[in-house]
Design a protein around this ligand. Structure first.
Ligand SMILES: C[S@@+](CC[C@H](N)C(=O)[O-])C[C@H]1O[C@@H](n2cnc3c(N)ncnc32)[C@H](O)[C@@H]1O
Length: 224
């Protein structure tokens, strides 16, 4: 079984109705351009100030960088990675390992707007992005007897990566990484596992953590 990576509470959503009339939003919004429909703190900062939970929202760039790191990895190329994102609005999407995510940020936002609107991305009859209907717990229940690791700077520090993935390749390991910039996991997330692990004395960016965990897993299982 592959390593299962879930990026959780990603700041990825369509611009919410309550701020669609704000001047900072209207300036960039066009119904013809998919990318303009995505909430982005870099463009909509002033409009976002009064949004609930705003520090975790409007950061599609974080998801973009994490996806590029994960999908470009050897682990993915060898068919040993299962990748999901969970958004701040509790939508869950699975990424086909064969998808080639746009390197260009605007094109990526366009793809994600289409995903959030249509639910799935299908090309030549193949699903490249598929919506998972259900909650995170339902997704986790799909995997037999998994070890669930919540990666957090507040977790127990594991200094040596060799102590991180001790189980055989056949074990289902679910690595949960926050796809947000500030704050910590929600209560719902913290209820998923008591196994909170830190991989550094520093709080790292989500895409660095994604890269490190995947690399550690590759090294632990001799996947190059
Ligand atoms: C930018 S951090 C979120 C901010 C939060 N202060 C933190 O450090 O957890 C994004 C995600 O990266 C992961 N992360 C950051 N630093 C980490 C560390 N030292 N060990 C393990 N995971 C870490 C966590 O999953 C976190 O939710």
């Amino acid at each position: 079984m592959p390593l299962i990576v879930i990026l959780v509470e990603c700041g990825m959503e369509l611009i919410p109705k309550e701020i669609r009339k704000h001047s900072a939003v209207r300036k960039n919004l066009s119904s013809q351009i998919y990318a303009s429909q995505i909430l982005d703190n870099a463009l909509h900062h002033s409009a976002m100030k009064n949004l609930k939970n705003s520090e975790k929202r409007g950061r599609p760039d974080i998801t973009h960088l994490c996806l590029l790191n994960a999908l470009g990895s050897t682990l993915n190329k060898t068919g040993n990675l299962s990748l999901f994102i969970h958004t701040i609005n509790n939508k869950i999407y699975e990424f086909n390992p064969e998808i080639r995510i746009a390197r260009n940020y605007n094109r990526f936002k366009g793809l994600m707007a289409k995903t959030l609107i249509d639910g799935n991305i299908k090309v030549n009859g193949k699903h490249l992005i598929s919506q998972f209907e259900g909650k995170l717990q339902d997704l986790i229940n799909k995997f037999k007897n998994p070890e669930i690791i919540l990666f957090s700077s507040r977790g127990k520090l594991v200094n040596d990566y060799k102590n991180l993935f001790l189980e055989a390749l056949s074990k289902n390991i679910i690595a949960i990484i926050g796809g947000f910039q500030k704050n910590t996991f929600s209560e719902e997330l913290l209820r998923l596992s008591n196994n909170l692990i830190s991989i550094s004395e520093y709080s790292l960016d989500a895409w660095i953590v994604t890269n490190k965990i995947i690399t550690y897993y590759e090294l632990s299982h001799n996947i190059q």
